[in-house]
Design a protein around this ligand. Structure first.
Ligand code: PLP
Length: 390
């Protein structure tokens, strides 16, 4: 049997929740989406939530809601999925990428500060920065927030990996240090709605803007109509929006999955602790710990700590594949993709990322993984590293 690097966990109650919607009046956005939004607000402690059909759509709308446009700069982590940067390009903005901290693989605060100082001199300060809570480990939000006040940029948290993660006991999504936070519910994420995402915020203006943009730019609130004496069937398009709506099947699945999220996070932490304990004597660097955060371990990235790590990683990848263990590498750096490479990014400008990407591999981690499967992974790692010592 194949062991994937990640997989959704679907129970009978999830199936029941979705089939109930199939028998109801609403298949598109309806009461279940609204209920899901309210439950997310309650869970992360945000004032507003706007559910969408993916985190990619959520990031796009969040950029638009902050007025990102041609000529502006958007900065994000070089160690992310392309969606974290694409959202800026959709708005016509220019993209710059930030090197990571080699300790937590999130954006480096020191390097960010240096880059901001340089950008200030050149009049190229970003309008928006998107920190990415990579692998479910929160970024240093307080420090990024401090810099946002000094250099006047807005923050959108890309929390695609981080539903349930905490800093100082406060959940990511509460937007204590940002304008908006975006979560993904793609199947490998901490909970799934098949495809789906949500944007949380405490700002009413932004929430309304997101709601209008998610549905073609249409306003149905009669009190705000610009047309005088509208007929009863009337609604107005007031902006150029999209069809980015979540549907009620997805909303119902989200509600049902959310009930299990604390259990999922506990399982992920147990798996991470098991790996930490069993792998500590191998020549690999395990994710570092921080007592002030709750990591929800969407991924479990390890780094091979041997010379020639690139070659050894490839060997290990193929060795695992032969044993039906499908590990992965997160991420192909954004500027390695030909679409971004042609924008002139230089690999030497990202020394920490180079060190990281040359050695990293994501081990399987998901709530339904069996102990025997974990033991199999550990066994093969030990066999492999017997042959490949320092
Ligand atoms: C960091 C990050 N941002 C954004 C996305 C996009 O999420 P979605 O697939 O929900 O659009 C992903 C998905 O993998 C991601 O990992």
């Amino acid at each position: 049997m194949i062991i994937p690097y990640s997989k959704q966990s679907i129970s009978k109650s999830d199936i029941k929740a979705v089939t109930k919607v199939l028998r109801s009046d609403y298949l598109t956005q309806g009461p279940k989406v609204l209920e899901f939004e309210n439950r997310i607000n309650k869970f992360v402690k945000s004032r507003f939530s706007v559910a969408v059909n993916s985190a990619t759509s959520g990031l796009h709308l969040a950029c638009l809601a902050l007025g990102l446009k041609k000529g502006d700069w958007l900065w994000t982590s070089v160690n992310s999925f392309v969606a974290s940067a694409n959202c800026g390009l959709y708005c016509g903005a220019k993209i710059d990428l930030l090197d990571i901290d080699i300790n937590d693989y999130n954006i480096s605060i020191n390097l960010l500060e240096k880059k901001l100082e340089e950008a200030k001199k050149n009049n190229k300060l970003p309008k928006i920065i998107i920190p990415v809570h990579f692998a479910g480990r929160p970024c240093k939000m307080r420090e990024i927030f401090r810099l946002s006040k000094k250099y006047h940029f807005k923050i959108i948290e890309d929390a695609s990996h981080a539903l349930g993660a905490k800093i100082n006991n406060k959940k990511i999504g509460a937007c204590n240090f940002s304008s908006m936070t975006v979560f993904s519910f793609h199947p490998v994420k901490n909970i799934t709605t098949a495809e789906g995402g949500i944007v949380t915020t405490n700002n009413k203006f932004l929430a309304n803007k997101l709601k209008i943009l998610r549905t073609h730019g249409i306003n149905k609130n009669k009190k705000k109509f610009l047309t005088k004496n509208p007929p009863p069937w009337f609604f107005e398009q007031v902006d150029l929006g999209f069809n980015y709506r979540m549907n009620d099947l997805e909303g119902a699945l989200g509600i049902s999955q959310l009930v299990k999220l604390n259990f999922f996070i506990k399982k992920r932490n147990q798996i991470a602790n098991f790996y930490q304990k069993k792998l500590k004597d191998l020549p690999i660097i395990l994710p570092s710990k921080d007592k002030n955060i709750l990591n929800c371990y969407h991924l479990f990235p390890i780094r091979i700590n041997i010379e020639n790590s690139k070659k050894i990683r490839l060997k290990l990848f193929n060795f695992f594949k032969k044993k039906n263990i499908f590990v992965n590498v997160h991420y192909i750096p954004i500027h390695y993709h030909p679409y971004y490479a042609k924008m002139g990014f230089k690999r030497k400008d990202y020394p920490n990322l180079e060190k990281y990407y040359g050695s990293v591999m994501s081990l399987p981690i998901f709530p339904d993984i069996k102990k025997t499967q974990l033991e199999k992974i550990i066994k093969y790692l030990k066999i492999f590293f017997k042959k490949h010592k320092k």
